[in-house]
Design a binder for this molecule. Sequence first.
Ligand SMILES: [Cu+2]
Length: 206
Amino acid sequence: MQIPSAILTLVIGMVLALGGLWIGQNINLLPIDASANAPIYDELFKVLFTIGSILFIGIVGLLVFSLIRFRRRSGQLGDGLAIEGNLPLEIFWTAVPAVVVLFVGLYSYDIYDRMGGMVEAKDVIHAFWVPEFRLKQDVIPGQPTQLSFTPTRTGRYPIVCAELCGPYHGGMRSTVVVESPEDWDSWYRDNAKAAPEDETLTIANA
Ligand SMILES: [Cu+2]
């Protein structure tokens, strides 16, 4: 019995969508999440990864299928069929990417806004980036830049300059340390300056 092609297409489409959704939700390519911003960003990443997986598997799958199914058989020497013009198909493959790109653009903007990213400027010199925090902030000379975030995990995380800034760009690395309030307090006490009385004493003695 021959399965109608419309049903076959529908089933393949559904399997593809569900498979992509599963990959997007279950495969994590990002480093550990260590700030309050991270879950917001990860939400966007999962959506983009889902869309990417569906497109990648769908396109590559169709390509491999076509390579095998429509390969040249022995004794076949003529040109292939000249197929031209299919308006419904053209409308379909224009409309779908347009909707996807528009959605991704608007959604990315929304995520960026929710992460407090709408206070930035042009003339980029450096970019402060902590992958584990899912945060990237441009840093411009002569302009004080503030970045607020809430770390959610103690630990040491790399700070990377994410804007090609000059010859030593690759060496622009540091570490951000997230400590518990108690550890911070004891560090602060240990490193606090001497009490002002001592200072007055030193000056008086001088
Ligand atoms: Cu740099």
